[in-house]
Design a binder for this molecule. Structure first.
Ligand SMILES: Cc1ncc(COP(=O)(O)O)c(C=O)c1O
Length: 439
């Protein structure tokens, strides 16, 4: 096939002029400008569905899909997605030169993330997800044979398996602390950990908000308990960043891992790890490359060579997006929707709530089951009848250690959800409750 020289030079021109027209700095400047004009909230924002409708309009979820599964993965907001595409384009047209300005976003991101989590920038590593952070901590801390690690029994496997691997390799003992589902109070969780401590315990490693029931643990009190006893406190906060404001210094934990592609709605493949400055000499990095030792802070944990820089750069945009709305406002909306769901669901015969409505114990996720239908049917019924998308939480599938039999669905509410969507869930539950629901 012959190539038209004019067409080919035009293509070359377009390819070369592209990056000149849209640099990373230009994309960022345009984005910042968009955010300053972002749906300003009126004084009645709490109940102003028009305001929340505008926020919802910034997401491109499929028409008709009622996505209530942010706890698994969150949707990327349109302006963040558009930047991501632009970053990938820059990489495609001039991979090496355009990598540099994207890679250079690591430090501003570290600073922004530190601000987001209440840490110092030198305490933040930029990783792919919470799993990576949890593994890094478990494998990176030196423990001796016979040392005990206490974990909660509703840990996500990404915070259980790393400790079990360490047990196999190094002979540590991992103990799962049982907590009733749902706990009656934060003290119940604290007391369960306190009671499990023995002279051989060295670590309490638990989740801030568990993935099964969405229950929040009193991390500040657990960290204090750990430190009073001379133990480390490592926390998996995968479900928390972007759901409620977090201040890791105030919590007093030693490490805190989190995922950004859940409640922060950053593109998939973004996570953060906080390592308290004093802990950095005790926790080894897992993946290292040239000059890693020259980094005397948490940057040593993210020396993983070339990365998908567009995805990393988008993490900054996702934080900017949430900051533009306001984090307390986001928490308020999430709570309003979930609290409404829990209050109404509690009135429906056969429904069993696994998530407390006490604001100290819950926020954006609700697990519930029914004693007259199985979890599979509940989830499928809501999906097929109403296009409501939830997560299944069935006993024996992922949490064989659960003695209390959590079996049901998990419903997440975020800022792009509406009360009408929660009403659809409730409508479906009422139909299931009547025993007449058929697919
Ligand atoms: C509590 C908890 N920890 C860790 C993870 C793993 O997160 P990621 O897939 O981002 O590594 C999840 C994911 O659902 C989770 O809910």
């Amino acid at each position: 096939m012959s190539i038209d020289p004019l067409e080919s030079s035009r293509r070359n021109f377009l390819a070369r002029s592209g990056p000149a027209l849209a640099t990373v700095a230009a994309v960022k400047a345009a984005f910042a400008d968009t955010l300053t004009r972002y749906s300003p909230a009126g004084p009645a924002w709490k109940t102003d569905e028009g305001y929340w409708g505008k926020i919802r309009g910034k997401f491109m979820l499929e028409k008709g899909l009622h996505y209530l599964n942010n706890g698994t993965v969150g949707p990327t907001a349109t302006p963040v997605y558009e930047n991501l595409l632009e970053y990938w384009r820059l990489m495609a047209v001039n991979p090496n030169e355009n990598s540099a300005p994207l890679q250079a976003r690591m430090d501003p991101i570290r600073e922004k993330a530190a601000h987001f989590l209440g840490a110092a920038p030198a305490e933040i590593a930029i990783l792919r997800n919470a799993t990576e952070g949890n593994n890094l901590v478990a494998q990176g801390i030196d423990l001796k044979q016979g040392d005990e690690v206490l974990i909660g029994y509703l840990e996500h496997d990404s915070h259980r398996q790393p400790w079990l691997v360490k047990a196999k390799r190094q002979g540590i003992i991992v103990k799962e602390v049982e907590i009733h589902t749902p706990p009656k109070s934060p003290e119940e969780i604290l007391n369960a950990f306190a009671a499990a401590i023995t002279p051989r315990t060295k670590v309490i490693a638990t989740t801030h908000c568990d993935t099964v029931t969405g229950t929040f643990a009193p991390i500040k009190e657990i960290a204090k308990l750990a430190h009073d006893k001379g133990l480390f406190c490592f926390v998996d906060g995968a479900q928390v960043m972007g759901m409620i404001p977090v201040d890791v210094h105030d919590l007093g934990v030693d490490t805190y891992s989190t995922t950004c592609h859940k409640w922060l709605c950053s593109p998939a493949g973004t996570g953060l790890l906080y390592v308290r400055r004093e802990m950095q000499d005790r926790i080894w990095p897992n993946v290292v490359t040239e000059n890693w030792w020259t980094y005397k802070d948490a940057r040593k944990y993210d020396r993983v060579s070339r990365r998908p820089w567009p995805v990393v750069a988008s993490l900054e945009d996702a934080m900017d997006f949430q900051n533009a709305i306001g984090r307390p406002r986001i928490e308020h909306r999430i709570r309003a929707l979930s609290s409404y769901l829990r209050t109404q669901a509690a009135e429906i015969p056969h429904v069993k709530l696994y998530t407390s409505n006490d604001p100290r114990l819950s926020c954006g996720m609700t697990s519930l089951g029914m004693d007259n239908v199985g979890a599979d049917f509940m989830r499928e019924y809501l999906r097929q009848r109403y296009d409501v998308y939830t997560a299944e939480r069935a006993v024996g599938v992922r949490y064989p250690a659960d003695p209390h039999g959590v079996e049901g669905i998990r419903i997440s509410t975020h800022i792009y959800n509406t009360f009408e969507q929660v009403d659809l869930v409730l409508q479906g539950l009422r139909e299931l409750s009547s025993g007449k629901a058929k697919l």
